[in-house]
Design a protein. Sequence first.
Lengths: 246, 199
Amino acid sequence: MTGVIVAAVLVVAAVGLSRASRIGLERELVLAAVRAGVQLTVVGAIVALVFEHAGLAWAFVAVMLGAASLTSGRRLRGTPHATARAAAAIALGAAAAIVPLLATGAFDTAPRELVPIAGILIGGAMVATSVTGRRLIDRAEEDRAGVEARLALGASVPEALAPTVRQAVTTAMIPILDQTKNVGLVTLPGTFVGLILGGATPAEAARVQLTVLLALLAVELVAALAAARLTVAGLRAPGERVVIRP
Amino acid sequence: MQLELDDIALARGALSGISLTLRGGELTALEGPSGIGKTSLLRAIVRLDEPAAGRVRVDGEDARELDPRVLRRRVGFVAQAPAMLPGTVRDNLAYALPEPPDEARLRTALEAAALEAGFLDRDAARLSGGEQARVAIARALTREPGALLLDEPTASLDPTATAAIEQLLRDLAARGLAVLVVTHDAAQAERIADHTVRL
């Protein structure tokens, strides 16, 4: 609790600093701090409840998947049923790691393990889906002349969009590739820090972090490829044309 | 090849009731002011746009009954200021051909577009507007289509390049292709076309 009090005092100091230097961020700072306090208290209470009941843990995972699908679905605007496409890509990506990790006993289905691991993997799949889908739709729009040149030469829509798909998937994979390559050198990821602060040994924390990072490589690639395939299908109109909905 | 447009109406633009027949060996010009829907009409023939009404027939077959990919190999389409695909002229020409591309076919298409063999290994993005127009025509010819549709093929070219492309289009018609050229330039239509349709 001392930590929270000290941090709150720091916010009050930041508000004072903002006023003194006439930046005008006082309201924003207070609002952000209050929101964070309320949201984390509520989530803390829910997670405490979820940790007590195994059934609720799966419901919580379903809620995470739903929220992630809504978020990515907005990025896939331009295709029909964008949220459903996002949900399928995220679920497929996350399942690609969650299923083998649980089946082999690497992680337990106990809520205390399932919820945070599923959260990290669903989060990774969400970002890969959003970036791939958005990038693909934007590039298809920007390079309409190139795409139509390929169609006019007798290519199918997936063939005409193949270079765009490659670019989009590569872009989506950059953050996780760079994070994995530089782990420990540039950043200490959240899982590692959390476990250390929670009392785990550095070796244990490193093992779990490595498992998560390696799993994320697969999760994000599967999600990105699924998102690309589903986005291409969404852009493909009868008559072998590319139609981006307004 | 015979390409028939039967009472075509476009979804966008004001054009409706368009009927015309293109025959192999003839060059037809479609002439009219900008914005009237000439481009949309060309796109509708190869189904890059769907016409609101009417029918396109390719050698008597309803174009809607054909696989669009097959239709587009039989009827070549060259867009205005055509996009070059990344890579060399060879990459552009080989795009529509099965791997590995038949070298003889590449050279025939190149020759038909009045480009020398030395062009094959040049970077397509670095060519002049007139050269890119020729590459786009050569690219459309690799699958040996029966008809070729061109949208303002000389719009951004200087007089010399324009004259060369006009001669090329006449040559293609003389080789037996049904050629349809969209132009806003009445004098050009007069110079090159066997028939002119004014919109």
